[in-house]
Design a protein around this ligand. Structure first.
Ligand code: ADP
Ligand code: MG
Length: 600
């Protein structure tokens, strides 16, 4: 007892963040909240490494309540559902070039424009007999031929040279020296693999445009004189060229480019009903299987296949925490695409391959929360205990949002899971823990945009983007134009930038703002709209919910809450960002609820 009443702290340890709420509990039971704090979780949720982060959170609340030296009497920890989330990603298609038959890529600086056909001839053999047999000739020059010599050989040749394929990045240098302009593709790294003496077609798109003839099977057929069977075989090649700025198709005998579907494997769901499903048809098949299985006890995947690898990856990560074999209780599977290198490609070509992303909920028989409580007690001298189920605490906390009433549903949009709880007027609580939340959105953004850094995907998730149109103005993704008094640094010119609280962060590569916005919004929709609807189905089967309050870090997102509001408006449900105690926004619901639920 410190002075009047007890000093009580509620602590919520999440996968991603640890939150604390500090309150004074009067002898008559009255509770007055003094401060809140939020800090990154240290270690995996539910492990003793969490203590460091908890200590930070507690120091922060005491500091904010202007009582840094005070002794906390009670610490209440969330009784974390012994369920953790993990995500995994695997590609399900692979494009393989056999016979070195195509080159399609985005060199920084191709030259010339238009389409050319001709037989492939080494640049120092342009006037050979073989070349003379055909009407047109496409010259092939490896790095040994500098741009001066390459241009001279073409200018001096009597052959009808229609195009040029270069190993080095010198298309513009050669182009500027040509008497008669032709189209040139460059940066073809494996030029030695380009077959000679066969017919080929090359295309370079005009500035700001992409290929037109080569990305159409009939376009290729016309250029190379293909019959119906050959045209069908070339359609995988045409697909590979979509969106590219330059390319070449070589008419070699045999097969050209193949799109392989990797063995997706079988998944077995053990539930109220157990069933096996082939996951070849993608995410929809998996989600349908999960839904028809009812309550799920575990899921396994055929070993050596994609799904097997994904499930094993998540389980082994979780086994490290609990030291036992974990069981999967829910999966959120989504279809996605990822830019991947075309294997056997000649110029570092990439293609969008189909991929499957999965978030899994894993149950182990209990997290050692009691151990954490004991250690906290030793460290602080407080009476620390595991003080109530997380789901119940979340609703109690969210119930302090001005404007809500019972029955109230809370959707806690965290890092690894979407947790739902409904508090009915008679005090009954139902809850559900669904796989997939903020981490999954970040993973999808990273994969689909082909970003090397996860941190960049996290920034893209949280902030809008803009195009720097001149050194004095930018055009934001919503179309707004903003001027700068001081000129921007030259490196920003023409760049797509992330607008992080007034700061500009340039994105490498040349991803357009439109592309980013569509990937970002689609990722959020695939995860959160899907999960919110799944969650409501589980906790309120008759789907009659007057109020939904959104809680957790992902409820701070600038576009997820509006998406959910829209989705629920159709069902007559009022949905909005929670505002815990009228001051914390969607944060601190569980920590606050733990204090509110304390009875003695
Ligand atoms: P947990 O309870 O699992 O620790 P949180 O409730 O702290 O998780 O939520 C963490 C998730 O919220 C992460 O995926 C993070 O990217 C996301 N997040 C945090 N702040 C924001 C924000 N301002 N905008 C969008 N997402 C956010
Ligand atoms: Mg949480």
């Amino acid at each position: 007892m410190s002075g009047n009443g007890l000093l009580v702290a509620g602590v919520d340890i999440g996968n991603s963040t640890t939150e604390a709420a500090l309150a004074r509990v009067e002898p008559d039971g009255g509770k007055r909240f003094l401060a809140s704090s939020i800090t990154p979780t240290t270690g995996l949720k539910g492990t003793p490494e969490n203590v460091a982060g908890i200590m930070t959170a507690l120091e922060m609340v005491l500091e904010r309540a202007q009582m840094p030296k005070a002794k906390i009497d009670r610490i209440l920890l969330n009784e974390a559902a012994p369920i953790l989330g993990g995500t995994a990603m695997e590609t399900v298609t692979e494009t393989v070039v056999t016979d070195s038959a195509m080159i399609g890529h985005d060199p920084r600086t191709p030259a010339g424009m238009g389409v050319a056909t001709g037989v492939l001839v080494r640049i120092d053999r342009l006037d050979s007999d073989a070349a003379a047999e055909y009407g047109g000739v496409i010259a092939v020059a490896d790095a040994d031929f500098g741009y001066e010599r390459a241009a001279r050989l073409i200018n001096e040749s009597r052959a009808n040279v229609t195009g040029l394929i270069l190993e080095k990045d010198e298309a513009v240098l050669v182009y500027n020296r040509l008497d008669r302009k032709i189209c040139i593709i460059d940066e073809v790294r494996r030029i030695g693999a380009v077959p000679l003496g066969v017919l080929a077609a090359i295309e370079v798109a005009p500035p700001a445009m992409t290929l037109r003839a080569l990305c159409d099977p009939y376009g290729i057929a016309a250029l190379l004189g293909l019959g119906p069977d050959e045209t069908r075989r070339v359609s995988a090649v045409a697909k590979s060229f979509v969106g590219k700025r330059s390319g070449a198709v070589i008419k070699s005998p045999g097969r050209n480019v193949a799109e392989n579907t990797l063995p997706a494997g079988k998944m077995t769901v053990y539930g109220d009903r157990s069933l096996e499903t082939d996951v070849d048809s993608g995410a929809a098949a998996i989600m349908a299987a999960l839904e028809s299985a009812g309550e799920i006890h575990d899921v396994t995947g055929e070993s050596g296949t994609n799904i097997g690898r994904m499930i094993d990856a998540v389980k082994s990560g979780m086994a490290a925490v609990s030291g036992e074999t974990p069981r999967i209780t829910d999966i959120l599977a989504v279809d996605t695409v990822t830019p991947a290198a075309v294997s056997g490609g000649l110029a570092g070509e990439t293609r969008l391959e189909r991929a499957l992303g999965a978030a899994c909920m894993v149950r182990s028989s209990g997290l050692p929360m009691e151990r954490i409580a004991e250690e906290l007690g030793r460290k602080t001298g407080a009476r620390a205990r595991v003080g109530g189920a997380e789901a119940a605490a979340a609703v109690l906390g969210a119930l302090t949002t001005p404007g809500v009433f019972l029955p109230l549903a809370v959707l806690d949009l965290g890092a690894g899971s979407t947790d739902a709880a409904v508090l009915e007027r008679d005090g009954r609580i139902r809850y559900a823990h669904l796989a997939g939340a903020g981490d999954m959105v970040t993973m999808l953004i990273q994969t689909e945009l082909g970003l090397r850094e996860r941190s960049l995907a996290e920034l893209i998730k949280r902030h809008p983007v803009a195009k720097v149109e001149s050194l004095s103005h930018i055009r934001a993704e919503n179309g707004g134009v903003y001027f700068y008094r001081e000129p921007l640094a030259p490196k920003f010119y023409g760049a797509t930038v992330i607008l992080k609280d007034g700061e500009l962060i340039a994105l490498g590569g040349d991803i357009s703002p439109e592309k980013i916005v569509s990937v970002r919004r689609e990722a959020k929709r695939k995860v959160f709209v899907t999960n919110a609807l799944r969650a409501v189905k589980k906790v309120s089967p008759d789907a009659k919910l007057p109020y939904i309050a959104l809680a957790g870090g992902s409820a701070e997102d600038f576009e997820i809450p509006p998406m959910l509001m829209e989705a629920f408006a159709e069902m007559g449900t009022t949905c909005g960002r929670g505002n815990v105690r009228g001051v914390c926004g969607p944060r601190n619901a569980v920590a606050t609820g733990l204090v509110l639920a304390m009875e003695d």
